[in-house]
Design a protein around this ligand. Structure first.
Ligand code: GLU
Length: 284
């Protein structure tokens, strides 16, 4: 059967229109996702997560327990202290009006994303670099600390910086840290021994199980301050901007965190916390 010219034209137009409609629908779905689930029940800025925290009456924060200067548990008092803890308390104060309405739970570089995404904690404040890979799994606040990867060695070591690291150097690090991937990219074929946390990695360095420990300079300075036999060498060789991670779509929590950071910076408290732990004012 031969189709008339006008019938053909109508069919082509119908198909074209259907494609356009289908395309629009897709875009809309995508935009909703990007806005963090813009449903009838909640706007883009309100995932309901803040309401849940308020109902519970305390903020659950994942922090390090073994990282001097950022999150370190004092075994005698049971207190956890550091830069990340002071920032966490300020966030609890902002959301709940009380900096002590907080429960600090131990995370490691490897456990922090799973613990966040299975709901054990509301946020991660734990020396965590914002990366494109991690952004696929979590949402991040604005940058709240600038670090860079470096090396910690026994004083007198022939390793004086990243240039001195070769395939035959034995590097120590923590599982799940950006530092592992970074050093393997810088020195292809290098041997890296991965530990569950930084305490174990530092013990291994002291026991002579490796030539250098690698992670962020700020963390390494904390270790060096514990043992005068070790020093940080060379210039930082990566950028590690720290962010506070929340479950994907919790835009209301990201906003509360960013508002807190802005306020801390404006009223001078951020500088005071920074100087207290890092020993100098942040670079402006
Ligand atoms: N900032 C780096 C990271 O997020 C290293 C420190 C850490 O392991 O927490 O992986």
């Amino acid at each position: 059967m031969k189709m008339s010219k006008s019938f053909k034209m109508v069919s082509v137009l119908t198909i074209a229109a259907m494609l356009v409609i289908a395309g629009c629908g897709n875009n809309k779905a995508k935009n909703n996702n990007e806005a963090g689930g813009n449903t009838a029940a909640g706007t883009a800025a309100d995932s309901g997560a803040i309401a849940k925290i308020k109902e519970r009456g305390k903020l659950l924060v994942g922090v390090k327990f073994d990282t001097r200067l950022f999150g370190l548990k004092d075994p005698a008092s049971g207190n956890v202290e550091g830069f990340d803890i002071d920032i966490s308390k300020a966030i609890a104060k902002k959301i709940l009006g009380d900096e002590n309405a907080i429960e600090l739970k131990e995370v490691t570089s490897k456990t922090r994303i799973p613990m966040l995404n299975n709901g054990e904690i509301d946020m991660v404040v734990a020396t965590m670099t914002i990366t494109e890979d991690r952004k696929k799994e979590v949402d991040f606040s604005d940058v709240y600390f600038q670090a860079g990867q470096s090396l910690l060695v026994k004083k007198g070591s022939p390793i004086t910086g990243i240039e001195a690291v070769t395939k035959d150097t034995k590097i120590l690090g923590s599982k799940g840290a950006t530092s592992i991937k970074n050093i393997k990219e810088k020195v292809p074929g290098v041997t890296v021994l991965e530990f569950d946390n930084y305490q174990d990695a530092f013990s291994a360095l002291k026991a002579g199980q490796g030539d250098a420990l690698t992670t962020d300079d700020a963390i390494l300075y904390g270790m060096a301050s514990q043992d005068p036999g070790f020093e940080v060498v060379g210039k930082p060789f990566t950028d590690e901007p720290y962010g506070i991670a929340v479950q994907k779509g919790n835009t209301d929590v990201v906003k509360a965190v960013n508002d807190t950071l802005t306020e801390l910076k404006a009223n001078g408290e951020y500088d005071a916390i920074y100087t207290k732990w890092i020993g100098k004012a942040p670079a402006k």
